[in-house]
Design a protein around this ligand. Structure first.
Ligand SMILES: O=C(O)CCC(=O)C(=O)O
Ligand SMILES: [Fe+2]
Length: 391
């Protein structure tokens, strides 16, 4: 996409965005040029953070969640808890010497929740804190000409390192109140020089640590399926690694916006680090359950492709992030998948060793890239791409 003003006049564009914001608020039903508003936001190369920092007091219309998005599940679910429905996802101590108990806990959590937190994971706290700080630092820098943000601002699928406000800004019906630094770290790591100076070493180290944790988790998940520990690694579920460093600025009207729309993750597995602000919710028994930040823990969730490979033994569960008018929130998601090798001909379907007369295959086989293409053609919006692969 041509952007003549790329990062050139942040203030001017943000000011015009503010003017637009005021006028759209006073005439909410008037037609507006959504495409122009989206382009104007892109032109700033400063994302949602730039808007928030400019001091807007009303949510620009591109971020307004249509009413029906708030309706399912009903809002009162935030406040209803019953004794039979625990209020948070399981926490598993990977450092426990009782491996059989850890495998059993992983099996239960992956089957019932699709989400769990892990402690005792071996990733140094310093590496976690440094990655969070580097993410915050990157996003809080401005996006004017010559900045890393202006250099990296892109949605080009071929780029391994990029920064943008919503990967699907121009497709999705509602813009999310979130900016993202995207890094494709494996199997072909980017040149060191592509990463911003301020986060290069920290994020390469973080990616290395998370790759090791990913291997530990894939071993446990294989065992939880009754397979040899290396099974999921052998079929290359963790060959590709993408790290997305999200930033959720304070939102002037959080009740009208969403930080991240409801979705399930497309890959095999996600390891998520969130700071202390909160806002992540998981759909469980038709209720949105808060994932309360646990210092030092990672959140782990099953992706669509592992639900497919496990033939529904594990669940890929929808989740979302609420917008807040609090301190900015930082999270870092690490996705494991394999679609990054365009030449890969490996087909994924329900793992043969798991199938029997009692457990017939529920999904058709697919190339990962075909699945991912389908997933992105639908976009984040509460629709589950995986159901289209059911037999
Ligand atoms: O920011 C978060 O906590 C969740 C982000 C997420 O769901 C994703 O990147 O897929
Ligand atoms: Fe996600």
């Amino acid at each position: 996409m041509q952007r003549k003003q790329r990062g050139g006049n942040c203030k001017e564009t943000i000011q015009s965005s503010r003017a637009q914001d005021t006028s759209t608020t006073s005439a909410m039903s008037a037609a507006y040029d959504r495409t122009a508003d989206l382009r104007a936001l892109d032109t700033t190369c400063s994302g949602v953070r730039g808007l928030a920092a400019s001091g807007i007091t009303h949510l620009p219309r591109i971020f307004r969640v249509p009413d029906h998005h708030h309706e399912s599940p009903p809002p009162q679910v935030f406040f209803q808890e019953s004794p039979s429905s625990p209020a948070s996802i399981p926490v598993i101590d990977l450092g426990s010497p009782d491996r059989a108990a850890v495998v059993a806990a992983v099996r239960r959590a992956a089957a019932e929740w699709g989400f769990f937190q892990v402690t005792g994971h071996g990733v140094p706290l310093e590496s976690m804190a440094a990655a969070t700080d580097a993410t915050r630092g990157f996003h809080e820098a401005d996006g004017c000409e010559g900045s890393d943000k202006a250099r990296l601002y892109s949605r080009d699928p071929d780029k391994a390192v990029k920064y943008h406000c919503n990967f699907d800004l121009h497709q999705s019906p509602v813009a999310n109140w979130r900016d993202t630094l995207y890094l494709r770290m494996a199997p072909d790591p980017p040149d060191h020089g592509e990463l911003p100076d301020s986060c290069r070493d920290v994020l390469f180290e973080y990616a290395k640590q998370l790759k090791m944790l990913g291997k530990t988790l894939f071993d446990l998940l294989s065992e939880a399926l009754g397979l040899k520990p290396s099974y999921l690694t052998d079929i290359e579920c963790n060959q590709g690694q993408v790290i997305v460093c999200h930033y959720y600025p304070p939102c002037p009207q959080p009740e009208l916006a969403i930080g991240t729309s409801r979705h399930s993750d497309y890959g095999f597995l996600t390891i998520l680090l969130q700071d202390e602000i909160g806002g992540l919710q998981v759909l469980h028994d038709d209720r949105w359950i808060d994932v309360t930040p646990t210092p030092g823990a990672f959140i782990v969730n099953i992706g669509d492709l592992l639900q497919l490979a496990s033939n529904d033994g594990f669940r890929s569960v929808e989740h979302r992030v609420l917008a807040k008018n609090a301190a900015p929130r930082v999270s870092i998601a690490c996705f494991f998948s394999t679609q990054f090798h365009p030449a890969s001909t490996r087909m994924y379907g329900p793992i043969k060793e798991l199938l029997s007369n009692e457990n017939p295959p529920l999904y058709r086989e697919t190339l990962v890239r075909d699945y991912v293409k389908h997933y992105f053609s639908i976009g984040l919006d509460g629709k589950t791409a995986i159901s289209d692969f059911r037999l």
